[in-house]
Design a binder for this molecule. Structure first.
Ligand code: CAA
Length: 258
């Protein structure tokens, strides 16, 4: 297994384990972390011993979003030229089942990463949300698309407009997560589920995953491209600079709508 800077990745029996590991910044997802997550998943994908991938976060968050410090000074054209979300697109191509285990915060890009999982479990104090609106931006890694497909337009609009925290209880109620567990047993329980699924017929699991995803939508690509251009566009606004600066300076932002 490769050595990574921002994640831990290892195998345990038939499971490929990924742990996001930047606990000091609540596992804020920088570009290198996404690329490492993808590399680890691709290693598991071609390893015949591995049947299920399990992903979780170290510390008090799954992940509190994309790394605001990394992107605060970015402009729309930077995103376009570096194809900012290309690794995210590849995550969605992984064929082995991915089980996510969320303790604490899953916000912004962290929530988007959770929504890339095929099964999702959370601690009963987990907190989900898309706070991008508070920064003068919007989700850019599939949030508007995947959340809407999962919970429908009205709830998605409400949560995306307000940026409000979705409690663990609500996440269960709206089908965002499969089940909640007490924080102390979350890891152990999700590993049991992962091990059970690893014992199922691998080809069945593979084709079930592909078929269910097909049912969700045949044109998510189109929606993602649309979302992406709008995400990039917001980085040419003054409000994005103000929103992220205010976060870094730990004060309330003053938005002007330009
Ligand atoms: N990026 C960079 N650093 C982050 C971060 C992020 N997304 N989230 C938290 N941190 C850092 C904080 O700056 C802080 O660092 P310092 O100790 O150096 O000050 C550290 O993590 C701990 O965070 P807090 O002190 O803020 O912890 P808290 O318990 O008071 O608050 C929180 C927790 C409510 C999650 C708060 O940290 C927060 O609001 N984080 C930002 C959430 C957010 O806006 N996420 C969306 C990012 S944009 C995005 O994800 C775009 C996309 O779709 C691709």
């Amino acid at each position: 297994m490769s050595n990574f800077e921002y994640i831990d990745a290892y195998t345990e029996g038939q499971l490929g384990i990924i742990v996001l590991n930047r606990p000091k910044v609540l596992n804020a997802i920088n570009r290198k972390m996404v690329s490492e997550i993808l590399s680890a998943m691709e290693e598991f994908e071609v390893d015949d011993r591995i049947r299920v991938i399990h992903i979780s976060g170290n510390g008090r968050a799954f992940a509190a979003g994309a790394d605001i410090d990394e992107m605060a000074n970015d402009h729309a054209i930077d995103f376009e030229l570096r194809n900012q979300f290309k690794d995210w697109d590849q995550l969605a191509m992984i064929k082995k089942p991915i089980i996510g285990s969320v303790q604490g915060f899953a916000l912004g890009g962290g929530f988007e990463l959770a929504l890339c999982c095929d099964l999702l479990y959370a601690s009963d104090d987990a907190e989900f949300g898309f706070p991008e609106v508070n920064l003068g931006v919007m989700p850019g890694a599939g949030g508007t698309q995947r959340l809407t497909k999962l919970v429908g337009k009205m709830k998605a609009m409400e949560w995306l407009f307000t940026g409000k925290i979705i409690s663990a209880k609500e996440s269960l109620q709206f089908g965002i997560v499969n089940q909640l567990f007490a924080k102390e047993i979350l890891q152990e329980e999700t590993m049991k589920i992962a091990t059970y699924i690893a014992g199922q017929a691998p080809l069945s699991i593979r084709l079930i995953k592909e078929s269910v995803n097909k049912a969700v939508d045949t044109s998510i690509e189109e929606g993602m491209q649309f979302e992406r251009k709008n995400f990039y566009l917001l980085f040419s606004s003054e409000d994005q600079k103000e929103g992220m600066k205010a976060f870094q300076e730990k004060r309330k932002p003053i938005f002007k709508g330009k």
